[in-house]
Ligand binder design. Structure first.
Ligand SMILES: [Zn+2]
Length: 472
């Protein structure tokens, strides 16, 4: 398992930056060419490798047009082909979900899933319709990156707290030396991202080397519910990552205020331009409406949120060998337009970070992440399964009249779903609703009430078969 580290250039001179940017621009054309030719073919899924494309380009002379050295375009091509494959794989995830919703028949499901996996979705009308819906023809948007292979660069510590990273330029044997604000040498393949006059050096290290990966996991099964004021609430009632809400509201307020100021300045600039004072307009655009500071602040905010969320997940894994959670990647395809509402946009992004942290930390520390169907887990009472309503952070059960902490109630419901005999991961929303209604009806006719305390839920989640038998 790998984690990404980023080193930043410091005091890089403008000439070097411009040279790197020109190289990245030319490599952007390599990416565009790859997307244009192979971005929407069936080939990528079924064995069209970057090596085959490379040989083809070398044979037909495509590579000459780019005006870059051989190694950089080959690495870039490899990277672009991997992006294309990832784009296709992401579409297939959506289509797999659609197939599960479409039919309960195992034979039919298997047939469709197989057609999808083998890239023969054209054979089936439903699967091909779904692929057309989810697999949008992609386009290259990356024109500011250079991929450098491990054997193509070197790094030298100057003994004064700076590391000089030398990477290939546009000419043979002409390295560009970049001063970094660190003495820790990057390793493996590098991805240089040129943003705001600065070079970001992204590289991956083996997570096994991180101290946190050696922390043992716990021995219990814990359900978690993601929140906004805190990253996670667990089925014991403990909250983790309590600084998250503050981080999100502060950032949202800051962004709103900044946008307001920028809008005002933009109108001043526009008015100046209308009056014919173009010098003033340009001055405002350059000095007050730049994007460098804005982008760096955004990056800092993202780093803080990640730290908070990862720390929260670590605390859950401290006591859990199995973490039961909603699949947070679901409905987070990144395509849904969240509009101008800043806090919702930030929260949406945070949800993705939480999903990543749950997966990443579980894998590194040897716990299991169990995804469950979370439909109605925040709208039903964990004790009597009745529907209720939420007001603020309270949940009022309209059946048994008990009031719970809303997110603790949801976390316990999520934990119970892991041992639920009827509600599977892909059971559709309305079927879940019907099952829950039937259960409360059964309660009404005085069938034995299940003991739904968290401790029992934990046992049941650990051993679903036995628990379903003993309660029927
Ligand atoms: Zn109740």
């Amino acid at each position: 398992m790998k984690v990404t580290r980023i080193a930043y250039s410091t005091g890089l001179n403008a000439g070097k930056f411009a040279a790197l940017r020109e190289q990245a621009r030319r490599l952007g054309r390599v990416r565009s060419e790859a997307w244009q030719r192979y971005g929407a073919t069936f080939g990528v899924g079924s064995g069209l490798t970057d090596r085959k494309v490379r040989d083809q380009w070398l044979a037909d002379g495509t590579h000459v047009r780019f005006g870059v050295l051989a190694n950089p375009w080959k690495e870039t091509l490899r990277d672009a082909m991997a992006d294309i494959a990832a784009n296709l794989a992401a579409a297939k995830v959506e289509v797999r979900r659609a197939i599960h919703r479409r039919t309960e028949d195992p034979v039919e499901r298997k047939r469709m899933l197989h057609a999808l996996k083998a890239d023969r979705w054209a054979d089936d009308p439903f699967v091909s319709r779904q692929m057309r819906k989810h697999w949008k023809r992609g386009r290259n948007h990356t024109h500011d990156q250079i991929v450098v292979r491990a054997d193509a660069y070197n790094a030298v510590d100057d003994g004064r707290g700076r590391l000089w990273l030398a990477v290939p330029g546009l000419q043979r044997r002409q390295m560009v030396r970049i001063p970094l604000s660190t003495t820790v040498a990057p390793t493996g393949t590098l991805r240089l991202i040129l943003r705001g006059g600065r070079v970001e050096v992204h590289y991956q290290i083996d997570a096994a080397h991180l101290p946190s990966s050696r922390r043992p996991c716990g021995d219990r099964t814990i359900g978690v519910d993601k929140g906004y004021t805190e990253a996670l609430t667990d089925s014991d009632g403990d909250r983790h990552g309590c600084g998250l809400g503050k981080l999100l509201t502060t950032e949202s307020d800051r962004v709103k205020e900044r946008n307001r100021r920028r809008a005002k300045l933009r109108s001043v600039a526009n008015n100046a331009a209308l009056r014919g004072d173009h010098a003033k307009a340009r001055r405002i655009m350059v000095n007050n409406l730049g994007t460098i500071k804005r982008d760096r602040q955004a990056a800092r905010h993202r780093a803080r949120v990640r730290t908070e969320v990862f720390a929260a997940v670590h605390r859950v894994v401290d006591k859990a060998v199995a973490v039961v959670a909603e699949d947070l990647t679901k409905s987070f395809a990144g395509r849904r337009v969240l509009g101008k509402n800043i806090i919702r946009r930030l929260a949406g992004w945070t949800k993705g970070v939480t999903a990543e942290a749950l997966k990443n930390v579980s894998e590194r520390r040897g716990s299991v992440l169990v995804h469950v169907n979370a439909a109605y887990t925040s709208q039903t009472c964990h004790r009597c399964a009745g529907f209720g309503r939420r007001s603020g952070d309270r949940f009022h059960c309209t059946r048994c009249r008990v009031v719970w902490q809303a997110d603790v109630n949801a976390a316990i419901n999520i934990l119970q779903r892991a041992g639920d005999p009827d509600i599977a991961l892909h059971t559709s929303h309305h079927v879940v609703r019907q099952i829950l209604r039937d259960r409360t009806d059964r309660h009404r006719t005085r069938l034995p009430v299940q003991d739904s305390s968290p401790a029992v839920a934990e046992r049941r989640a650990n051993n679903p078969n036995r628990s379903t038998m003993s309660h029927q």
